[in-house]
Design a protein around this ligand. Structure first.
Ligand code: ASP
Length: 331
């Protein structure tokens, strides 16, 4: 039994410390897996690949799509699953990006660490062990990309990083975790709905990393919309994180309507959970008004995941109808 493991950096891979220049990602995949007690007893051969060791803030769409392609090749060559170790900061976005294009039944499991290897109670080893167990388990199949930390199994579609330091940072506020790892057993309690994989625009983004630029604008109290004006000239799409169920100050509504004539503009909620509405409020700047002006309803997608989906679609050359249909499916 062979599981491919891709090491991309993050807190799980740092070394150094006070008296040095601070912690930086340095440990290799072999270092990370060597620190995991019990992994050799699993009977799983880990095929470890060091892609890069960076803070996850530096990861790009093109690099992540390359990792997914390499994981896909590993599965086609007989791996029963794949694990990606990376920083937790952008993991909710990278895992969702992977989920959207992952075509296999085999699990693709993302993990990382909140406490670095120099600290008492570092959680990296336990997270890697749990991730490998899920990647190697029949129960991990047909679930798409997963996030496994703190012995919880989350669907990439729903997971959020919800605390800056807690080891229990990953949560799925709209759906709850799919399952748990209990005494080493993979227990899956719910199955996420899967959709046809989207085409991967890896080649196009590798050639033009600035292609399909998507802005994310978080609306705030007394927002005068000045920042939105820059979006028209610099971006190919926009995600708006509106108040509550998808509202903006009334002065912004015509600006957003004008933008929506030139590019896809997706309406989401800045609240962190729950859906934007479609058909309840009627004031200028309400969800009904904005949808009438041509904004796309982001549904239950949070602003970060909506941005991932919109950029992926734009980079693949999707037109308006395809974009609306994809948000209707995934949102
Ligand atoms: N800043 C780190 C990163 O995302 C945090 C972590 O790994 O938990 O690379």
């Amino acid at each position: 039994m062979n599981v491919a493991l891709f090491a991309l950096g993050g807190t799980i891979s740092v070394s150094g410390g006070p008296g040095h220049d601070g912690l930086v990602p340095r440990l290799t995949g072999a270092d990370i897996t060597a620190a995991v007690p019990g992994v050799t007893e699993l009977g799983v051969k880990l095929d470890v690949r060091d892609t890069q060791a960076v803070p996850s803030a530096n990861l790009t769409f093109a690099e992540m799509l390359d990792v997914v392609a390499a994981a896909s090749t590993a599965v086609r060559n007989g791996a029963i699953g794949a694990v990606v170790t990376q920083g937790t900061d952008t993991l909710e976005e990278t895992a969702f990006l992977a989920d959207l294009v992952w075509p296999h039944e085999e699990p693709l499991v993302f993990t990382g660490a909140m406490r670095n290897p120099t600290l008492a109670g570092a959680d990296g080893p336990a997270n890697v062990l749990a991730a490998v167990r899920v990647a190697a388990s029949d129960h991990g199949r047909s679930l798409g990309a997963l996030v496994v930390l703190n012995d919880e199994i989350h669907a990439a579609r729903w997971v959020r990083k919800a605390h800056s330091t807690s080891t229990a940072t990953f949560a799925s506020p709209n759906a709850g975790p799919l399952g748990q790892v209990v005494e080493g057993r993979v227990r899956v309690l719910a199955m996420p709905r899967r959709h046809e994989p989207l085409p991967s625009p890896a080649g196009r983004l590798a050639e033009r990393p600035d292609a399909a630029r998507v802005a994310l604008h978080v609306v705030a109290l007394d927002d005068d919309g000045a920042l939105l004006r820059a979006v028209a000239d610099t971006c190919d799409g926009l995600v708006v994180a509106g108040f509550g169920v998808g509202h903006v100050p009334s002065a912004l509504a015509p600006e957003l309507g004008a933008l929506a004539e030139h590019m896809p503009v997706v309406l989401t909620s800045r609240t962190g959970s729950g859906s934007v509405l479609r058909n309840t409020y009627g004031a200028v700047g309400s969800e009904r008004d904005l949808l009438r002006r041509g904004l796309v309803n982001g549904g239950l997608l949070d602003p970060y995941k909506a941005r991932v989906l919109l950029r992926l679609l734009l980079a693949s050359g999707a037109g308006r109808e395809e974009i609306s249909a994809a948000f209707a499916r995934h949102g």
